[in-house]
Each structure stands twice: as structure tokens, then as C-alpha cells.
Design a protein around this ligand. Sequence first.
Ligand code: AMP
Ligand code: ZN
Ligand code: FE
Ligand code: FE
Length: 273
Amino acid sequence: MGFDMHVHTTASDGKLAPEEVVRLALDLGLEGLSITDHDTVNAINPALQIISQRRLRLELIPGIELNTEAGTNEVHILGYYLDHNNRSLLLKLQELKRARDERAYKIVARLEELGLPLDLERVKEHARGEVVGRPHIADAMIEKGYVSSREEAFEKYLDHGRPAYVSRYKFPPREAIELIKGCGGLAVLAHPGLIDDPALVAEVIAMGVDGLEVYYPQHSDVQTSYYLRLAEENGLLITGGSDFHGPNEGNKLGAVQIARSSITAMQKRLHSR
Ligand code: AMP
Ligand code: ZN
Ligand code: FE
Ligand code: FE
């Protein structure tokens, strides 16, 4: 068995708490995983603690997924092996959290204008006091009966170009890459197939990412071989993960796994810096 390098928890918009994710990973027989919550590292220490306290045979790689924007495109940058206790990292993440709170407020106001009132406090409860995202607004909409899934909430209201879309705090991919590298991590472009714009992918590679998330559930075979070649041509690391958000939220934990040899390649790249 291998490593799932893209996993969300309740620290961001995942449905399982860090200890539940650890338990599920063990039950599935994974060798290891990286917890990569959106704009937060709050799940890392609790997960590490459980693993060491209970002497579990599971390798946890500290990670993050930074949501950035380039023009009208969302660009997600994964960070691995970053120092998740780094002070300037934590300061920046605090700033991002505040910006997310403000954005949630604006989206709720927009929904109210559309005749779909929500209680902002309820949205925050769905976020469990952690990083708020559009999926939590979707959860509150489901509860009100406005939509029946997160998917539907995005398609009808929350996605770019939909009536309740509110642009995010300006955070360019270059800054995200610098932030991750600045605290000792490897920066990896997440799911390039979802960007699906060769020029933009080339731009992000030129910004200095260390790797590409080649293996991803929503990548077609053609995309996978294309990004595999692109990574090889540019001397980049090859990673992959499921983007797990919960048992009933799309991709299953471990749906994509990479081998130990890819983890070794990441560690080698870190040590050669
Ligand atoms: P936010 O972080 O608030 O910008 O919300 C973006 C996050 O919502 C993404 O990173 C995904 O985890 C999730 N997401 C994006 N599109 C969809 C969708 N169509 N259905 C469900 N979740 C989505
Ligand atoms: Zn998410
Ligand atoms: Fe993502
Ligand atoms: Fe993700």
C-alpha cells in the first residue's frame, strides 16, 4: 500500500476530524498520508500526537493546500514537509482566515438578496470555528433545504460566475510558493488538470514549484500522461492524492496513492537544497 498525499479534515472543509482520518487511513492499510487542509495546519499537531501516543504505524507528512487566484483561475498550491509551527506561516494563515470570515459574510449577504437567507452563525458552526469555506455555506444551504448537495450549491450559486460568487482575498500563487518554501516545504501545483490551461500551468511551473500533482481522481488518462511528461521534462516531483473530504463527499480516502519511492524522491529534493 502507499501514500495518499491530499486529504482534508474538519480543520478546513473535510467532514472527519484529524483522529478519524488517522483511524480510517489505518483501517485502509495506508502506509502514510499528508493532511493538506485549505489555508490551515491546525490538524497536523493533533494527528501527529495521536500517532505518537498510540504508537500507530502510519507516516504523517505535514501539509497544506493554499487556495490562490491567478486572474479568474483558482490555483491551489500544496505544501509538504513545511515547518507547521513556523511563526510567519501562522501569521499569514491568520490573515487568510480573517479574509475568509469576511468573504463568508459577503456571500451570506448576497444569498439573502437572492431570497435565500442563512444564519452566519450556523455557517460558522458548520466550520466548527476553524477555517470557513464555501462548502460550509453549502452545508448551511443544504440544512435549509435550498439545495441537496455541496455540488449543487456550487453549480447554482457559489462557483465563479454564479450569482452568489464573491471574489477572494488577493493571494497570488507566487506568494504561496514563496511562503511554503520559506518555511522549509516543497511546493506542488495541485490538480493541474482542473486548471486545464497549458499557459497558466507553465507560468506556475516558472514560479518555482517543486512538483506536480500528476495523479488525481478527476484527471483523465490523457491528462495524467501529459502532466507526467511535463513533470519529467521540467525535473519536477510527481505526487498524487485523493482530495478526500469525507466518506460521502466524492473521492474516497486512498483512491489515489503514490509509492514510497516518490516520498523518498521528495525527501531527497529537500535535502539537496
Ligand atoms: P473556498 O475555499 O471557500 O474558495 O471553497 C473552495 C473549495 O470548495 C474547494 O477547494 C473544494 O474543496 C470545494 N469545492 C469546489 N468546487 C466544489 C464543488 N463543485 N462541489 C463541492 N465542493 C467544491
Ligand atoms: Zn476542500
Ligand atoms: Fe484543491
Ligand atoms: Fe483539496
